[in-house]
Design a protein around this ligand. Structure first.
Ligand SMILES: Nc1nc2c(ncn2[C@@H]2O[C@H](COP(=O)(O)OP(=O)(O)OP(=O)(O)O)[C@@H](O)[C@H]2O)c(=O)[nH]1
Ligand SMILES: [Mg+2]
Length: 334
């Protein structure tokens, strides 16, 4: 194992202040008398499940009108469960984004599948997503999804996503095929254009239990800013690198300090890779790749936090971390 920090992406004024953590807290349980006031109101957990890359995180962001989950064109982007909270007058939807369901070759993948299964077990309803542009030859792969969803025994709505990429006549045969695969409620949608989302939400709400909202109406996620910051760096890494790099990297926070305005928030993060050859790729010629990743991440973080951010990135080799249960716990369980 070697440890050799790369040059910081940007110089930062190392002002030391209290750590800033923001997490949505569920509201206190309501008294039975208060619940009566919510008669007709619904609230429940909707697990978004499906193969990798079908558009689960894109759909979550579109429904919330905010980017709380990272999106890339590569499969296996989402690694952890992320709760997205949609509050409407008639219901509060607790959408749980999950890692794509796939065959797990490594401990990291097994961990991702455990996250997906736990989300199914906790759900009131499962929203299964499939990719219309690939569905024809992926029906078999969706079998794995179906198997796990069936095992969870929850009400299910199927959304056939990416219909913006499909010729209209191709849709009906697809819906028939999924119908005979065991899905009773099927809604065609596009997470990019927003087509069909209201129809899909109308189907989902039917399965939510009656009850008051569990989160304040202005909360969008249960995840901390620290978590979102590491995810944003992972997104930029994935978008800028090829081949195995995205699957071999984890991002952790070293420092997260929020001084008084107008000083910038200081965030220092480490990108863990599995081999020194990968470290060279992530740093790039003369630090160019790390600088690009850092600049793109900083812009997103500044938009998210609505203030200046100083971002320093370091790269470290943690040999075969994705294959080691101990390293996974150390790096990914905050
Ligand atoms: N054209 C089109 N592209 C979409 C749509 N929804 C998602 N995508 C694209 O599909 C790719 C994967 O999207 P993600 O949201 O990351 O998929 P995911 O299911 O969360 O993937 P994992 O986290 O890897 O399981 C991205 O390039 C998206 O832009 C859609 O409705 N139409
Ligand atoms: Mg995702």
């Amino acid at each position: 194992m070697s440890e050799e920090p790369a040059d910081p992406v940007e110089a930062a004024d190392p002002e030391e202040t209290a750590e800033f953590v923001e997490t949505a807290e569920p509201l206190e349980a309501a008294e039975p008398s208060e619940i009566a006031d919510f008669a007709g109101h619904r609230c429940g957990v909707v697990a978004i499940a499906g193969r990798p890359n079908v558009g689960k995180s894109t759909l979550l962001n579109k429904m919330l009108g905010a980017k709380i989950a990272i999106v890339t064109p590569k499969p296996q982007t989402t690694r952890d469960r992320i709760l997205g909270i949609l509050t409407r007058p008639e219901a509060q939807f607790l959408f749980q984004d999950t890692p794509g369901i796939h065959q797990p070759p490594k401990p990291l993948n097994r961990r991702m599948m455990a996250e997906a299964d736990a989300a199914l077990a906790d759900a009131d309803v499962v929203l299964v997503i499939t990719d219309a542009s690939k569905a024809a030859y992926c029906l078999k792969e969706d079998g794995l999804v179906l198997e796990r969803v069936r095992a969870a025994g929850k009400p299910t709505v199927l959304a056939i996503n990416k219909i913006d990429l499909l010729d209209k006549p191709a849709l009906l045969p697809l819906m028939l095929a999924y119908g005979s695969a065991g899905f009773n409620t099927i809604v065609p949608i596009s997470a990019v254009t927003g087509d069909g989302l209201e129809e899909m939400i109308a189907e989902v709400i039917k399965h939510l239990p009656e009850g008051p909202s569990l989160y304040p109406e202005d909360e969008l996620s249960d995840r901390s800013l620290r978590f979102l910051a590491t995810e944003i760096v992972r997104e930029k890494l994935t978008l800028n690198t090829r081949k195995e790099i995205p699957y071999s990297t984890a991002v952790t926070i070293d420092t997260f300090t929020e001084p008084e305005l107008p000083l910038a928030v200081l965030i220092e993060m480490t990108i863990h890779v599995e081999r020194s050859s990968q470290k060279a790729i992530v740093i790039g010629k003369g630090g160019s790749m790390l600088k690009r990743i850092g600049t793109e991440a900083r812009i997103d973080l500044e938009n998210l936090m609505e203030r200046k951010v100083m971002l320093k990135l370091f790269v470290r080799v943690d040999e075969e971390w994705a294959s080691s249960d101990a390293a996974l716990r150390r790096l990914l369980d905050e």
